[in-house]
Write a new protein. Sequence first.
Lengths: 192, 269
Amino acid sequence: MEKGKITNPLKLLLIGGSAGSLNVLLNVLPSLKPDLALCIVIVTHRKNTSDTLLEDLLSSRTTISVKEIEDKEVLQKGTIYITPPDYHILFENNGTLSLDYSEKINYSRPSIDVAFESAGVIYKENLTCILLSGANSDGVQGLIEVKRHHGVTVVQEPHTAATPYMPLQALHFMKPDYLLTPDEMITFINNL
Amino acid sequence: MIEDENIDLLMNDVFERYGYDFTGYSKASLKRRVSRLYSLDKFPSFAIFRHRLKNDESYFKRFVEEITVNVTEMFRDPSFYLALRNEILPRLGTHPYIRIWHAGCSTGEEVYSMAILLKEANLLSRSIIYATDINRDVLEKSREGIFPIANMKQYSENYIASGGRADFSSYYRANYDGVKFDESLSKQMVFSAHNLVSDNSFNEFHLIVCRNVLIYFDKELQDRVFEVFDKSLGLLSYLALGSKETIKFSSIQANYKQVGKEKIWRKVK
């Protein structure tokens, strides 16, 4: 494959969140239309165990296929991918994903910043990133980078967030393209 | 972030000048690590960075250290070590002498974990563990067996979760902010530089452990490494990988059978 070129441009949606984001995901994802033309990747801070709570909960509520990312996975549209606990994810320029076990960033692995930044460089305007509820500022730097590469940035309306610190930090440091409530996210994603 | 073209330039320099080939490494990882080093060392321009790397061999050493990931812990994924303890070691114990290869051992935390398991199974004195890495500096650290005292609480919990019954602190002596693991453990270890990109099989083993190394390689290089491992494993020997790594879809898959739920395969053909 030619370097730096995506042969089949894939529309990618990354959703990052921490404390308080699980409920938003469980509310939004099952309401998405089943024939999504984009690929969704979820990056949340989870306990360092092999907990499959998120996959199990989601799988039971949506007909869209949900799977945990495997190393060198080829991303497909119409699928929701979940980042495994205790690994960063990095986007390759050939449509695959690599797992990474380097140092924690913002005390987090996976780090939302790492995922957003790495996707931003590759997917550029084909990328949308949503930052949800959370108690630290992971993801903010990532949103700034995504915006710099002409991706679309979305932040959860802080008053709808169980833990508003993360969305508030984002709003403090950058101006997202959209500020949405969980309900609005459903329509927004269905129209991407 | 440093541009793709510039990463390619650097990697060409490195290959021509030092003979290290990073072509098969994950592009995304290389880019991130090189960019990180570039800003960490505060180079005023890419050209100066490139010049330094090309002309200063000691800086190249630092480069290799920093772009390869050396994050590891003792008894990482305790359920994996529990499986080794209960399923694999008893079978290895039937050999008169046990040869184990830790490929990409980094600073050695998992090598010492293995030695503790062997000791507790009364197999250590007739085992030899070859621990290899591309990076000579981390090998030196492995040899010393000195780890930060701050990590011991986590390691001790991992040890217990991996089925350990002894007092974990009996394996080391605390000294200021580091602990030194007992030399009876390192006595059975052989440390040596080995580059999975270019070096070949050097012995036959009963167990090869290579955890969280292959994720930094592309598919092609992963396959190359699997071939090297396959050549280094006798029939009914074992290959153990990281919790998110697999031999599925590789060229050697047909000859191996997974043992239980952990990422451990046995060569059956």
